[in-house]
Design a protein around this ligand. Structure first.
Ligand code: ARG
Length: 459
């Protein structure tokens, strides 16, 4: 047991208490951020004359050595230390002796851990943002290739009106674009440096907090030292943004599962992204999509858990806050993993264009357009609705599509129909006549695709 305190204690910590309190098993995840923060801290201490340049150089060389040795596997992070901060400081003292004991001057673990968590979060947001962008790239490629791939659009999971695959994918593009914007907003809002807040009331040393903040790429220091050590809002926001990403991935997964079912056969998930059954030889299961859908619950759980943890904590730091780490780490690793896998699955998925188009045609998705045809020929909409209802009933009885009825059959129900009805209710016409921005026609989609292309080039 190696800990940074003990002077005022007369007894050893109980082993169970030590283990219960320790965080090294998980906070070792940000050893690199801890070292980076310490290097900035001593650089500032030396600039302020609190440490000599010689001490600064010795400490930095020691910290860089620790970083190198952890990375190349010669230095193991073990549970002999209470937390990652103790591990780094103890190792530094082992390496360089007395100068190492000055590292923690003007600092508390409270502002140190607040900094480490912010550095970790910034690094991870950058990676997460890149993964969402990768998914947007795949969506855009699919959109470009499928502006004339017709499929049914659904409401209530009932076939509603014809759309294109590009249009459907475009809906997900909007969702994941907003997800990126949320991540970028969080980054901007959280980008202030808590170091220098001390335990809660700042320090008596003449720290230059602006300087430390700028060394670490922050926009500036936090402006209240109590808040500096006890703010976890940005983690709650991040968990919320990740929950929303997972919610989008989960909806998408659900659609992939439905589309991949034997009944739909709209898509084929690549063998590399499917799994088999131990008993049923014919099976090819969409396990990846199901797992993404399933793991959504974990991320939601983390958000609710942290909100609950924070709700009763008086200012400033309390040990409850240590609970933020495992929740955020797990949610982050889960969300990143799901994004990477989902994108790979989507990139390799095959679309059965004929099945999609046949499904749209056979599901009366052009019934609204048949009614519009009548309206364009002077029939009031409510009457037109009734007439097309009769057409649909006739087709259901004969098990055919509207497109398959003869003109005589049409005329028997309404004399208004002429030969041009077939063109009016073709999938192509149904889609191409929906030209307003945001609608499925190729003309409208091409405009939106150009906007998306520019967006992905610029950010
Ligand atoms: N492991 C602690 C945490 O994650 C670090 C801060 C400890 N500070 C303290 N006063 N015990 O929150």
């Amino acid at each position: 047991m190696a800990q940074l305190w003990g002077g005022r204690f007369t007894k050893e910590t109980d082993k169970l208490v030590y283990n219960f309190n320790a965080s090294i098993s998980f906070d070792q995840k940000f050893y690199e951020q801890d070292i980076r923060g310490s290097i900035a801290h001593v650089t500032m201490l030396a600039k302020q004359g609190i440490l000599t340049d010689g001490e600064k150089e010795e400490i930095i060389a020691g910290l860089e050595g620790i970083r190198r040795d952890v990375e190349n596997g010669t230095l193991e992070i073990t549970d002999k230390y209470e937390d990652i901060h103790s591990f780094v400081e103890a190792n530094l003292i082992d390496r360089i002796g007395n100068a190492g004991k000055k590292l923690h001057t003007g600092r508390s673990r409270n502002d140190q851990v607040a900094l480490d968590m912010k550095l970790y979060t910034r690094d991870e947001i950058t990676q997460l943002d890149k993964l969402v962008k990768d998914l947007l790239e795949v969506l855009l490629t699919t959109m470009k290739a499928h502006t004339e791939t017709y499929m049914p659009g659904f409401t209530h999971l009932q076939k509603a009106q014809p759309i294109t695959l590009a249009h459907h994918m475009g809906a997900y593009f909007e969702m994941f674009k907003r997800d990126r914007q949320r991540l970028q907003d969080i980054y901007r809002r959280m980008n202030t440096c808590p170091l220098g807040s001390g335990a809660l009331a700042g320090t008596t040393y003449p720290l230059d907090r602006e300087y430390t903040a700028s060394l670490l790429g922050f926009d500036g220091p936090t402006l209240n030292s109590i808040d500096g050590v006890s703010d976890r809002d940005y983690l709650i926001e991040l968990l919320s943004a990740m929950s929303t990403i997972m919610m989008h991935l989960s909806r998408f997964s659900e659609e992939v599962i439905i589309w991949n079912s034997n009944e739909y056969q709209f898509v084929d998930i690549d063998d590399a992204y499917s799994t088999g059954s131990s008993i049923m030889p014919q099976k090819k299961n969409p396990d990846i999509a199901e797992l993404v859908r399933g793991k959504t619950g974990r991320v939601y759980g983390a958000q609710m858990s942290l909100l609950t943890t924070m709700k009763g904590i008086p200012l400033a730091y309390n040990k409850d806050m240590q609970e933020d780490k495992e929740l955020v780490f797990d949610a982050m690793d889960t969300t990143k993993g799901c994004l990477a896998l989902f994108t790979g699955m989507l990139r390799t998925m095959k679309y059965n264009e004929e099945n999609m188009a046949a499904s749209a045609k056979n599901g009366f998705t052009n019934a609204t357009d048949a009614a519009d045809y009548l309206v364009n020929h002077g029939v009031p909409f409510r009457d037109a609705h009734g007439i097309v209802g009769q057409l649909v009933l006739h087709c259901i009885e004969k098990n055919i599509a509207l497109d398959d009825m003869s003109l005589e059959e049409y005329k028997a129900i309404s004399p208004v129909f002429e030969q041009d009805i077939y063109d009016a209710i073709s999938m192509k016409t149904c889609v191409d006549t929906r030209k307003t921005i945001g609608a499925p026609s190729k003309e409208a989609m091409d405009q939106v695709i150009a906007i998306h292309e520019k967006y992905l080039q610029e950010c």
